[in-house]
Write a protein that binds this ligand. Structure first.
Ligand code: SF4
Ligand code: SF4
Length: 198
């Protein structure tokens, strides 16, 4: 979603929803913000009927997302009385594609929980194609994240004590190399852009 699009709004989606993250979102945000993941992530109870993978820590099951504070995402910024995303270029994939999804025929559609107050129809075919491309990327990244979580959940319990164990595991070298290898096999031309590598 282009940044200018949201100028008539006050971060309605950013205050209403919890944004779940993948290991790739965390990595991109962390390198963009220069902050430890623990400073902008939060843990959330598992709610039913949500597709985001569940992390199985020895203390219980959680999902990881952007930390919420003051009634909204911790990355929202108040700019002269208007709430704006503070990391527009690096925002998580869930934010990038909101409020769009694909219907069962692969066509662009508004999400079922669509509550954006503005007219969000793409302005032309080129914009539609770009959004569809981002939605497909988001689905691919979510699949990769699911695999990372599945592998982590298979570790012995003593290696799944708390979320720091997961964060270390999900961004560690072996996991990253494994992801890069899969990317290289699929689409080497897009590797740097899509992995957020320099
Ligand atoms: S990262 Fe940006 S767009 Fe996403 S919820 Fe936070 S402030 Fe909103
Ligand atoms: S609700 Fe719509 S206009 Fe408002 S910040 Fe979210 S995407 Fe932008």
């Amino acid at each position: 979603m282009p940044e200018g699009f949201c100028l008539g709004c006050h971060g309605k989606c950013c205050t209403e929803f919890t944004v779940y993250l993948t290991h790739l979102d965390i990595r991109r945000l962390s390198s963009c913000l220069g902050l430890a993941p623990s400073s902008f992530t939060g843990l959330y109870e598992v709610v039913p009927r949500h597709e985001h993978p569940v992390i199985n820590l020895s203390a219980g099951e959680v999902r990881i997302g952007l930390r919420r504070e003051n009634g909204g995402c911790c990355l929202l910024e108040d700019r002269e009385g208007a709430l704006r995303c503070g990391v527009h270029e690096h925002k998580p994939m869930e934010c990038r594609i909101y409020p769009y999804g694909l219907d069962i025929y692969g066509r662009l559609n508004h999400l079922a929980n669509y509550m954006c107050p503005l007219d969000v129809h793409p302005k032309d075919e080129a914009e539609s194609r770009e959004i569809v491309k981002e939605i497909r990327q988001q689905k691919e990244e979510l699949r990769e994240y699911s695999e990372v979580v599945r592998r982590f959940n298979d570790l012995p319990e003593e290696r799944r004590q708390d979320i720091d164990d997961f964060l270390r595991y999900s961004v560690r070298r072996r996991s990253l190399l494994w992801t890069i290898r899969r990317r290289l096999n699929r689409s080497p031309g897009n590797l740097h852009d899509r992995m957020g590598l320099p």
